[in-house]
Ligand binder design. Structure first.
Ligand SMILES: Cc1ncc(C[n+]2csc(CCOP(=O)(O)OP(=O)(O)O)c2C)c(N)n1
Ligand SMILES: [Mg+2]
Length: 283
């Protein structure tokens, strides 16, 4: 069930922007409490994940394994705070449990594990492998003539992995038109600028050459994100890649476009500033 199907356009956008801010609050709060984890790539993806979990995806939190549900694969698994936030806020598990991020025996490990937590469709963290799983899920869906879409979120640094391109070839070979890859193009990875470490442009032409349909979007413009996701669902006989231009650390002034906030926790003072930056403050 989508969360927002009945809303009027203005209300729909307002609600989704609000959910994205809730996700940002949850991300910095989780990583601050854990004193460990990844803020930057979680914050860059917050608007996209809000659109998916609070609007686009056909999911039912009371039936996390519903066979016909849409699947979401966070292939850049290190950004799991954004996924855990969405799952908790959609009601898959109690919001209080977010404070257990990265603790021993927690269901919220530093990278998502599908057998630990309801709603996690794929175990991920080794970059590239989540995307390969997403291709497998979409292939299964095609073979079963199942109605579900598979959404895979990849980092731009993740595109360096050879397995991404093996999986991309497989997806187009089988015409997996219900597979939608979203590249979080925030221009940074953990050690520096993504293109300094390994130039990947032209990303759009590369996916086109692998026989994918390619869309490009401002990943922080909620109306544009929704429009791209809706366009991507239209049958094309081939998979779709949405290249989402984003800012790593988006929404927290001192984290924006800063490499060092890839995987560093905020201090108490920094957490206070982050809470002020995120409209509405932190809980
Ligand atoms: C196979 C593999 N190699 C290296 C790593 C270590 N690693 C974790 S995050 C990361 C950078 C990822 O950058 P990007 O995909 O751009 O993610 P984002 O900027 O969205 O956080 C790397 C190299 C890994 N998780 N898996
Ligand atoms: Mg990146």
């Amino acid at each position: 069930m989508t969360a927002n199907t009945q809303a009027k356009p203005g209300e729909r956008l307002r609600a989704l922007k609000g959910h994205a801010q809730d996700l940002r609050r949850a991300i910095v709060s989780m990583v601050h409490t854990a004193q460990s984890g990844h803020c930057g790539g979680s914050l860059s993806a917050a608007d996209i994940v809000s659109a998916l979990y609070f609007d686009i995806m056909n999911i039912d939190p009371s039936q996390p394994r519903m066979p016909g549900r849409d699947r979401f694969v966070l292939s850049k698994g290190h950004a799991c705070p954004v996924l855990y936030g969405a799952l908790a806020l959609r009601g898959y598990f109690p919001v209080d449990e977010l404070s257990t991020l990265r603790k021993n025996d927690s269901r919220l490990q530093g990278h998502p594990v599908s057998t630990y937590l309801p709603g996690v469709d794929a175990t991920a963290g080794s970059l590239g492998l989540g995307f390969a799983q997403a291709v497998g899920m979409a292939l299964e869906g095609r073979m079963l003539k199942a109605p579900y879409f598979v959404y895979a979120l990849l980092g731009d640094g993740e595109l360096n992995e050879g397995v991404v391109w093996e999986a991309a070839s497989t997806a187009s070979k089988f015409g997996l038109e219900r597979l939608i890859a979203i590249v979080d193009r925030n221009n940074l990875q953990n050690d520096g600028k993504a293109d300094d470490i390994m130039p990947m442009e032209p990303i759009d032409k590369k996916f086109e050459a692998f026989n994918w349909r390619v869309l490009a979007v401002d990943g922080h413009d909620m109306a544009a994100v929704l429009a791209a996701l809706e366009e991507a669902r239209k049958p094309a006989g081939k998979p779709t890649c949405i290249i989402a231009r984003t800012i790593k650390g988006k929404g927290v002034s001192f984290m924006e476009d800063k490499r060092e906030w890839h995987g560093k926790p905020p201090s108490d003072d920094e957490y206070g500033i982050a809470c002020k930056d995120i409209e509405g403050g932190c809980v």
